[in-house]
Design a protein around this ligand. Sequence first.
Ligand code: PA5
Length: 447
Amino acid sequence: MKDILNVNLKNAGAFISDEEIFALAQQSLRHLDSLNSGTGAGSDFLGWLSLPDDIIPQIDRIEKIAKHLRSVSDTTVVIGIGGSYLGARAAIEALSHSFAPILKSKHHTVLYAGQNICEDYLADLMEVLDSRNYSIIVISKSGTTTEPAIAFRILKDHLERKVGKAVAADRIIAVTDKSKGALRSLAELNGYETFVIPDNVGGRYSFLTPVGLLPVAVNGHDIKEIVKGAKAMQAVTRSNKTASSNPALLYAAARNLLLQSGRSVEILVSFTPRLHYLAEWWKQLFGESEGKEGKGIFPASVEYTTDLHSLGQYIQEGQRIIFETMLSVRSQEKRITIPKETEDQDQLNFLAGKRLSEVNRSAETGTVLAHTDGGVPVITLEIPELNEFYFGQIIYFFEIACALSGYILDVNPFDQPGVEAYKNNMFALLNKPGYEEAAKKLKARLK
Ligand code: PA5
């Protein structure tokens, strides 16, 4: 069997003991049992637990549609927000060339819309699309979310004017609920190919459905390997034999103990820019799952060494409310060696002959030592390399750890009641029919 990601708790050891972590992990086996038996809070939304198996029958069709989009277009715009966007972008950025969108090559370009309502962003995107041969994947579980719905209305119109209604219909794929929502009706009316998001899978847990896998396949990545990775992680995290060898239980227990010790902010750290969107996905997963009833760890993220020159000062010496979870990628795909110069004018000859990854690793080790000395516990997630197999592991690992952590905190990790508040205000302010009373009240407050 290939390696499994390792949760290294050594650098949290000065703050929480192994005994405490193992004891809480052991007690939390009951939460794993609740997940496995479907008896905990939010049990209507546990479909993600078995996705590594359940998605297999759909893989061929996902790959077939992806191949079709690649053959008829050079660019795909993925429209979606939150759980219907972040996982796909996280995977594509983690697994692609760092400059993929501007690399002149055979690569299919993936661009994004519907994750904001910024006029300049969409206008800029359409300017690019004017000269592209593009397709659209529109993703919305509810089929009614405002941001992607507006972006889809505008881009559908753009594409139809560019290639005609019939060709546009062949290049638009909708991923949505099996029967509900405006997107489902639109898809049926226009004859789009569709994929279904299962009822029992919530947005932020939906990466291993066509929500995540279709855009990733269009971008040319091996989705079978992603699913294999998720399955390997499923095997070690759903087993309730020993808490001490279950990485998700250990991580969930450690972060809750750190919260109990006053660390209410968790920063996800990486030394690899390609992981930027993984951190965005992770922040949604934990923020939306745990932040309720006045509880939860605030999820933040940084990229080092970049942010050591900005937020580094605060992390080292500011309020002691922070712990870090470090994504440590153990090997790099490419190789750069620092050259030697005859005149050591920049005084860097002491690095000559070293690989850049060796320098980055020293920065990582130096940071861990400095931060732990400064009172910041560090949990390290060791990732052997950044490929599809380990990406699948990372997704499943964080999903199950988040569910367990939510149960330890005694919240329902599968709902998001707080997300409605801004939407109601926005609809009222835009005079949406049905929001007249709310509009009156809000407008009085704004006088
Ligand atoms: O996790 C969630 O449920 C949310 O972030 C949703 O994914 C997000 O609001 C988008 O919703 P929808 O897919 O219904 O458009």
